[in-house]
Design a protein around this ligand. Structure first.
Ligand code: SF4
Length: 516
């Protein structure tokens, strides 16, 4: 039995006799579902590994199994935490917000501030206006943020609550006590039955930048570049991009910089850390250029930048891998008129040298990979640069245009006929692909763990969310430094696997890299 003198973690705790008894006794309630017919279970399990099942699995329309995407408000919450002293506020059910907070907290291993107005049954019938009035006032009074960013859950969207009208009414009723007229409350409707977390990111970034820059356009165009990171879950990537921009001598504003918020040092707890200053965000409409680092996570925002801000230049770059980083740096050079400094050139040469060292290990290896559309474009480009074969590239939340772009990318490989793009498919589909057309390695988030156990394919943890490995999000995937990190992570996994396969004494141990 567990007590204060002997506290076991989960791994040991559930091996205690009392837990084992509970689990064994539970079986009697599972009989009606056939789960105790072990032979039948084994037979069906075997069938799910076949081509026959794969065809049926691909015809599945009415249900998603093991999704590789999250819902819209999650992306909206990330936007909010990228601005200084800004509280994310979700109009809707409390349970959804508990999920957003825990999702980010488990990935970043940091607390995630976010409030909800906890709509319940009465609000679902009569609308959530009362919740919004009380919630905004309480949020401003208790947490004293400089801005509150409002998004919605499914519930508020299904009943059709109008955020503009509700926020206006909340300010009117408050009478300027906690919510003065000038207090910024950007908002975005983020219905979760459309799109995914990247759609929510885009909607919220669009709503925020639209509101903050309203009436701020001046005659003067500032020699400055706005950079929008997108739904970036690697805080190391944000920092690596900033370092590159600074080395290029560019004046810049990172719009939505959550790298400090989710990387707080030990000591006294602060609710907010870092983030884009609100006056900078308001003035970004006067910058001469805007670069989005995630094309598919910012289409609506970039359309606004192009049409309404009328920036001299609005473009997208994906600074992942060698070519992606080269293009980003050359774009910065073009925009600033500055030469590429020797420091960056040497960094590039070192990366190329390292790629040459590891090339024999990655060349020809088959990979299955899943994740967000921009993440996949970047990492697959890098795999191709290393001569690897991305056999299954799966994007559950693929926006229009992504499939064609990915296909064109894969068509640059000599192995193109064996490389597949799977848009709109989930990880249960991926399981069928792995059984019928196996690969050497998988690259993906924590939800690949069961696939790894099921299919025996080694998993390289990359993407979002990553709950069951620590600190990977602190490293960069962007820039030359990021490419080197990916190279290290992937090559060492290849070597781990090689060690596994060559440890039979005097049978398979003729190959190993360790020589005295
Ligand atoms: S899908 Fe809807 S109900 Fe589920 S967490 Fe997202 S907002 Fe809430």
């Amino acid at each position: 039995m567990q007590n204060v003198d002997k506290i076991d973690n989960g791994k040991n705790l559930f091996q205690h006799p009392e837990y084992r008894d509970v689990l064994a006794n539970k079986k009697q309630f599972e009989g009606a579902w056939g789960a105790i017919d072990k032979e039948k279970v084994a037979e069906v399990a075997e069938w799910t590994t076949t081509w026959d099942y794969r065809e049926k699995n691909l015809q599945r329309e009415a249900i998603t199994v093991n999704p590789a995407k999250a819902c819209q408000p999650l992306g909206a919450v990330m936007v909010a935490l990228g601005f200084e002293n800004c509280m994310p506020y979700v109009h809707g059910s409390h349970g959804c917000v508990a999920y957003f907070r825990s999702y980010f907290t488990r990935h970043f291993k940091e607390p995630t501030p976010c409030v909800s107005d906890s709509m319940t049954e009465d609000a679902a019938v009569f609308g959530g206006l009362v919740n919004m009035k009380d919630g905004l006032k309480n949020c401003a009074a208790v947490y004293k943020p400089d801005m509150i960013m409002v998004s919605t859950t499914c519930m508020a969207e299904v009943i059709g609550d109008d955020l503009y009208a509700f926020i206006t009414a909340a300010k009117e009723e408050d009478g300027g006590v906690d919510l003065p007229e000038s207090f910024p409350i950007p908002y975005a409707h983020t219905p979760s039955f459309v799109g995914s977390h990247i759609t929510g990111y885009d909607n919220m970034m669009h709503g925020t930048m639209q509101q903050l820059t309203e009436g701020k356009k001046t005659e003067e165009v500032k020699d400055r570049i706005n950079i929008i990171p997108g739904f970036e879950t690697y805080i190391g990537s944000i920092r690596a991009v900033k370092t590159i921009v600074e080395k290029m001598g560019a004046d810049y504003i990172m719009l939505g910089d959550h790298s400090d918020q989710w990387d707080m040092p030990a000591g006294e707890y602060n609710m907010f850390a870092g983030g884009t200053k609100l006056e900078d965000a308001a003035d970004c409409i006067n910058s001469k250029a805007t670069i989005s680092l995630q094309k598919y996570a910012t289409p609506k925002t970039m359309k606004m930048v192009q049409k309404r801000w009328k920036s001299k230049e609005s473009t997208t770059c994906n600074p992942v891998g060698l070519k992606g980083t080269d293009e980003f740096i050359m774009k910065l050079s073009e925009l600033t008129g500055n030469e590429i400094p020797a420091e960056l050139k040497i960094e590039r040469q070192r990366l190329v040298d390292a790629m040459q060292d590891s090339y024999p290990y990655m060349h020809g290896k088959k990979f299955a990979i899943w994740g967000d559309p921009d993440f996949l474009i970047g990492v697959v480009s890098f795999l191709l640069e290393m001569g690897a074969e991305p056999t299954h590239v799966l994007c559950h939340n693929a926006p229009r245009g992504w499939e064609d772009e990915m296909r064109a990318l894969l068509d640059t490989s000599p192995a193109k006929d064996d490389l597949n793009v799977w848009a709109g498919k989930d990880l249960w589909h991926m399981r069928s692909f792995l059984f019928t057309e196996p690969v050497d390695f998988m690259i993906g988030n924590s939800y690949g763990k069961e696939l790894m156990r099921d299919t025996g394919t080694p998993l390289i943890y990359m993407g979002f969310p990553i709950f069951d490995r620590h600190h990977l999000h602190r490293y960069s995937l962007s820039g030359y430094e990021g490419a080197l990190n990916m190279l290290t992570q992937i090559t060492n996994k290849v070597l781990d696997q090689l060690d596994e396969e060559t440890k039979g004494i005097a049978t398979t141990d003729y190959f190993f890299d360790l020589i005295r």
